[in-house]
Design a protein around this ligand. Structure first.
Ligand SMILES: CC(=O)SCCNC(=O)CCNC(=O)[C@H](O)C(C)(C)COP(=O)(O)OP(=O)(O)OC[C@H]1O[C@@H](n2cnc3c(N)ncnc32)[C@H](O)[C@@H]1OP(=O)(O)O
Ligand SMILES: CC(C)C(=O)C(=O)O
Length: 570
C-alpha cells in the first residue's frame, strides 16, 4: 500500500535531487576571514542600468533624470547610466547628460555594452564629447553559457572578450579628448572555472595594458548567486592572487541576491580584496535584485566607518526610488523600512526606553534593539515605540511621556498597562498615543462624582489640618481632617465622612512641560490608596500641586464610592 507521502512525492515537482551542490574552492590558506573592512569601497550605482533593465516598465526620461540627480546628491562618484546601444531612450539619456552638462566635475558616468563590434561603436557614439567615462564591456564566460548559449569552447569565448577589448580600445582612440576608463566583466563569473576567468581577464588586460596610473576596472559579477558568501569570497581571493597586472586593476564586484546574501557576499568580497562594489538603491535589479548599496553602506556606518554616501534623508531616497522603479520598499527593509525602528513587543520597548533614558550626549550608540540611532537617517523617536497587544507597560509609559509629558510612576504603569493591553486585544490592532491618553483619563482622572472638593485650606501645626467644602452629589458639606500631610488629613476626613478605611499607599507628582513652549504650566499628582482593603489609583492635573494631589486622592475615592454607592452613608 502507498503512503500519503509516497503519493505526494510522485505528484510533486518539489524534488531537490535535480540540484547539485556548488563546488568548494580549494584555498586552504585563505586570508579573508581575518580581514576587517576599515574603509568604504569605491561605489558604483547601477540603478540606471541593471536596476532599470529589470523593471516591468523601464524608467522614463523624467524618472531617469530624477534618479540621476538623487544618485549625485547621495554622493556617488561613478554611476552606470545605461546601455546606450540597447535602445534609443538609453542613447538619448546619455546624450542629454552630456549635452545638457548634467554630469558634475567629480562624477564619472559608466555605460555597459556587450562585446559586439556594432554595439561598441554605437556606445562610443553615445559618449561623444563626455569629459570622462567608464566603458564597461562584457561577455559570458560560464560553462553553461559557453556550452548551451554560445555553443563555443573556451578559446571561442575568450576571443569574444579579446575582440571586444580591441574594439573598445580602437573606438576610444577616435575620441582622444575624453578620459577613458575601461571595464571588463566576465559575466556569470560565479559559474566560470576560476583558472579560465583569470585566463580571459589576463587576455583582456594584455590588450589594454593598464598601469598603476591608468588602471582598468575588472568587475567580477555574481550574475547569479550560486553559493554561500564564503565561497564567493574564496573565488575573489583566488582570483585576486592569480590575476596578472593586479597593481593596474581596480577589482570590482557586482553581486546579485538570488540566495538572499548579496550584501554579505559583497562584504566578504571586500575582505577578500575587492576595491569596488556595484549595486543599487534598495537592491532593485534582475530577479531578486542587485546588491543593496543602502544596506552595505549603513552596515559600514553602524560600525563607525564613513560610508562616503549621504544617506541621512532616507525618506527622500525611498520616495525617489519608489517613484522611479514603481516598486514598493518593504516595511522591514534593512535600515530604511518604515517598521525597522519600531518596537511593538513589551520587553523590547522596556529595554529601549531604559537605554534611551540612560543615554548621555556624546556617548557611543549603545541602545538595545536599535542598531543605529533612527535620528541619523531622519527618523524620529515618534516611530520607535508603538503599542499593540504584544506591548508592555514600558511602551505605554513611553508614549504617555513622549506625547503628553506624563511620567507615570512604576506602580501606576503596572496598574494601567493591562487596561491598554485589553483595549489592544479587543481592537486587534495598534493603540495610538491619543487612545492611550483617553484610556488613562477615563481610568484615573475623570472621576469627579459623587464627591468633589470646593474651597479648602490646610493649616500646618504639629499636624496638618484640612478644612474643606466637600460636595457630595452636588450638596455642600464640611470636611475636616487631621493627618501627617494634607493627603493623610483628607484620607482621615473622608474616613470620618463615609466610614470607610482610606490609607494612601503611593504618591508621586511632577510638573508637566507645555508641549510648545517647554515651560512648566501644570503639575500632575498620582495617588494609590487602599480603600476598604482594595487598591485604587487616581490622578489629577492642576496648576497648584496641593490641589492636584487632593483631587488625585478624590479620584481614587470616587472610584470606590461609585462602585459601592449603595453602601455609602452620606
Ligand atoms: C547579466 C546582465 O545583466 S548583462 C546585461 C543584460 N542587459 C541587457 O541585455 C539589456 C540590453 N540588451 C538588449 O536590449 C539587447 O540584448 C540588445 C539590444 C543589446 C541586442 O539585441 P539583439 O541584437 O536582438 O540580440 P540579443 O540580445 O538577443 O543577443 C543575442 C546575441 O548576442 C550575443 N551576445 C549576447 N551577449 C553578448 C556579449 N556580451 N558579447 C558578445 N555577444 C553577445 C549572443 O550570443 C547572441 O548571438 P546570436 O544572435 O548569434 O545567437
Ligand atoms: C554585466 C554584468 C556586470 C552584470 O550585470 C551581471 O553579471 O549581473
Amino acid at each position: 500500500m502507498q503512503s500519503d507521502q509516497d503519493n505526494a512525492n510522485q505528484t510533486s515537482n518539489f524534488t531537490h535531487e535535480k540540484y547539485r551542490p556548488f563546488p568548494k574552492v580549494s584555498l586552504p590558506d585563505r586570508q579573508w576571514p581575518d580581514q576587517e573592512i576599515t574603509a568604504a569601497p569605491l561605489w558604483c550605482s547601477v540603478d540606471l542600468r541593471d536596476g532599470n533593465q529589470a523593471l516591468i516598465e523601464p524608467m522614463s526620461v523624467t524618472q531617469k533624470k530624477l534618479m540621476f540627480s538623487l544618485l549625485v546628491k547621495i554622493g556617488f562618484k561613478e554611476i552606470e547610466v545605461g546601455f546606450p546601444a540597447a535602445s534609443q531612450p538609453d542613447f538619448d539619456f546619455v546624450r542629454w547628460l552630456i549635452e545638457a552638462e548634467q554630469i558634475p566635475e567629480d562624477v564619472t558616468i559608466q555605460v555597459l555594452t556587450q562585446a559586439r563590434p556594432e554595439l561598441i561603436e554605437r556606445t562610443f557614439d553615445a559618449l561623444r564629447g563626455v569629459h570622462r567615462a567608464v566603458v564597461h564591456v562584457y561577455n559570458s564566460t560560464s560553462t553553461v553559457q559557453r556550452q548551451q548559449v554560445f555553443e563555443m569552447d573556451r578559446e571561442g569565448i575568450k576571443n569574444i572578450a579579446i575582440r571586444g577589448a580591441q574594439k573598445v580600445q580602437e573606438q576610444a582612440a577616435r575620441y582622444p579628448e575624453t578620459e577613458w576608463v575601461f571595464q571588463y566583466s566576465p559575466e556569470s563569473f560565479t559559474g566560470t572555472e576560476l583558472d579560465y576567468a583569470v585566463d580571459v581577464v589576463n587576455a583582456v588586460t594584455a590588450i589594454w595594458q593598464p598601469t598603476k596610473q591608468n588602471p582598468v576596472i575588472i568587475n567580477l559579477p555574481a550574475t547569479v548567486e550560486m553559493a554561500t558568501p564564503n565561497i564567493f569570497a574564496d573565488q575573489i581571493e583566488w582570483f585576486n592572487r592569480q590575476v596578472e597586472r593586479r597593481e593596474a586593476i581596480i577589482l570590482s564586484v557586482h553581486t546579485h541576491n538570488d540566495r538572499g546574501c548579496a550584501v554579505a557576499a559583497a562584504e566578504l568580497a571586500v575582505m577578500a580584496g575587492a576595491d569596488r562594489v556595484e549595486g543599487t538603491l534598495m537592491g532593485n535589479g534582475e530577479r531578486t535584485g542587485n546588491m543593496d548599496i543602502i544596506t552595505m553602506a549603513m552596515n559600514l556606518y553602524s560600525q563607525g566607518i564613513d560610508p562616503e554616501l549621504q544617506l541621512g534623508d532616507m525618506d527622500e531616497i525611498i520616495r525617489v526610488v519608489r517613484e522611479c522603479t514603481q516598486l514598493p520598499v518593504h516595511p522591514r527593509h534593512p535600515y530604511a523600512g518604515e517598521l525597522v525602528y519600531t518596537a511593538f513587543s513589551g520587553s523590547h520597548q522596556d529595554a529601549i526606553k531604559k537605554c534611551l533614558a540612560k543615554r548621555k550626549t556624546g556617548d557611543a550608540w549603545n541602545v538595545a534593539y536599535l542598531p543605529i540611532d533612527p535620528a541619523d537617517i531622519g527618523r524620529s523617536y515618534q516611530e520607535v515605540i508603538r503599542v499593540n497587544s504584544q506591548s508592555g507597560k514600558g511602551g505605554v509609559a513611553y508614549m504617555l511621556e513622549r506625547d503628553y509629558g506624563l511620567a507615570l510612576p512604576r506602580w501606576l504603569q503596572i496598574d494601567f498597562s493591562p487596561m491598554v493591553q485589553q483595549a489592544a486585544e479587543v481592537s486587534g490592532g495598534e493603540v495610538t498615543g491619543a487612545q492611550i491618553r483617553q484610556l488613562f483619563d477615563q481610568r484615573y482622572v475623570n472621576h469627579n462624582a459623587p464627591v468633589c472638593i470646593g474651597a479648602f485650606e490646610v493649616k500646618r501645626t504639629t499636624h496638618d489640618e484640612l478644612h474643606a467644602q466637600l460636595f457630595i452629589d452636588g450638596q455642600m458639606n464640611e470636611l475636616n481632617g487631621i493627618g501627617h500631610g494634607s493627603l493623610d488629613a483628607l484620607a482621615n476626613g473622608l474616613k470620618q465622612q463615609f466610614g470607610i478605611d482610606i490609607v494612601v499607599q503611593e504618591y508621586s507628582e511632577h510638573a508637566i512641560k507645555d508641549g510648545t513652549s517647554g515651560t512648566e504650566a501644570d503639575a500632575i499628582a498620582y495617588v494609590q490608596a487602599r480603600i476598604a482593603g482594595e487598591l485604587y489609583c487616581g490622578a489629577a492635573i492642576h496648576e497648584d500641586i496641593m490641589t492636584a494631589s487632593i483631587n488625585a486622592l478624590l479620584c481614587a475615592a470616587n472610584q470606590y464610592l461609585a462602585e459601592h454607592q449603595q453602601a455609602v452613608a452620606c
